[in-house]
Design a protein. Structure first.
Length: 369
């Protein structure tokens, strides 16, 4: 399991526990999830409430993240991605330029740290593209598609936010050109089956989110068709992966290995990556429905987090985890006020969680710009 940066403002983490693998019955098909009547949204915490929480770590975020953004090691960008997502969410929630400025600074620094592949001594590629090597987390100086996709799903989300806010400056255009050529085109040209269409759900979801974002901002019709193809292929595969949850019939279940339906299924930590995609895709197309969001919300509130400080490690409700929902599951709150109200009381909170809760609140309460 990969590591992740979590600044716990309001809680403590628990250890992960392993569990066995049992088959999910073959007759469990993707479920038609019934709608749930949400509680009155007037009781939800506001954008301002969550902005105040976010700003508690404002100075710490810059101190911790600025050196990561200047690093030429892509593992550091993996960690940095959480800060970029938090600032983009805060910009979308409030419209305040300081959040956009910080996210833009981080992403521009990462782009500036890229070097020609043929100048990286231990690269497996040595081609015309720019990139980053990693000597951390067990890598040996090679270029790593996971680390780049993990970061650039939020680097490209910044471009979408800028376009929607009509902030299309020279800085925007330079980053768009960079992301299209030096991230997506680069890895797709190196072999999409090995680098983009990955063998597990969450790795594939990172590239699907990059493709979804770039499809919103590209000016090239050919590239847009490719992006939509990648995102659409993920939608079809992921929908075929979903099953009725074996412990809660209103919730979804899936295994992380394509074609498998074995329990315990997807681990919650990496399942955040799937949720980061589907929650954004719901807002930008017809592949994911309100009923789907209810099924994922039920998974969070009835299976993964049944109450209190009990957090499950896997989507079948087994194992234990630390309640880290900041990178994906938190985002179901923007579609379900009942889930948002539960999340309002969550005790494991960092800047990414707070930023996305502010965005959820804006969407649900129709606050902000």
């Amino acid at each position: 399991m990969t590591t992740r940066r979590t600044v716990l403002l309001l809680g403590a983490a628990s250890m992960l526990a392993a569990c066995g693998h049992d088959e999910v019955p073959a007759m469990m098909k993707p479920l038609p999830v019934p709608s749930v009547s949400p509680p009155p949204v007037t009781k939800l915490r506001s954008v301002a409430d969550w902005t105040n929480v976010f700003l508690q770590s404002w100075d710490y975020q810059l101190q911790n993240s600025l050196p990561l953004s200047r690093s030429a090691d892509s593992w550091d960008h993996y960690d940095l991605s959480y800060s970029v997502d938090s600032c983009v969410a805060m910009f979308r929630a409030t419209g305040e330029g300081r959040y956009l400025d910080r996210a833009l600074r981080f992403v521009e620094n990462v782009a500036a740290a890229a070097r020609p592949s043929n100048s990286l001594p231990h690269s497996s590629f040595h081609d015309k593209y720019l990139g980053w090597a990693s000597a951390k987390n067990g890598e040996d100086g090679d270029e790593v598609p996971l680390y780049e996709s993990y970061f650039w799903r939020y680097g490209t989300a910044l471009l979408v936010a800028m376009r929607e806010a009509r902030v299309q400056s020279d800085r925007y255009r330079r980053l768009l050109d960079f992301a299209e050529a030096q991230v997506f085109e680069k890895w797709y040209s190196r072999g999409p089956q090995d680098t983009v269409y990955r063998d597990v759900t969450h790795l594939s979801a990172h590239w699907a989110l990059i493709a979804l974002n770039l499809a919103q901002v590209t000016t090239d019709a050919g590239r847009k068709a490719r992006y939509l193809e990648v995102a659409g292929n993920f939608d079809k595969r992921m929908r075929g992966q979903l099953r009725r949850n074996p412990v809660q019939p209103t919730a979804y279940f899936w295994d992380d290995t394509w074609g498998s339906a074995k329990r315990p299924g997807q681990d919650v930590s990496h399942g955040n990556g799937v949720m980061a995609y589907v929650t954004e895709a719901r807002a930008r197309g017809n592949a994911w429905t309100g009923a789907d969001m209810t099924g994922f919300s039920s998974l969070l509130t009835r299976v993964i987090w049944p109450g209190g400080a009990t957090y499950r490690g896997y989507v079948d409700g087994s194992g234990a985890d630390n309640g880290w929902f900041s990178d994906g599951f938190v985002k179901v709150g923007r579609y379900d006020a009942a889930a948002q109200m539960r999340l309002d009381s969550h005790r494991v909170v960092n800047d990414q969680f707070a930023g996305n809760m502010a965005l959820n609140a804006r969407i649900l309460r129709k606050e902000g710009p």
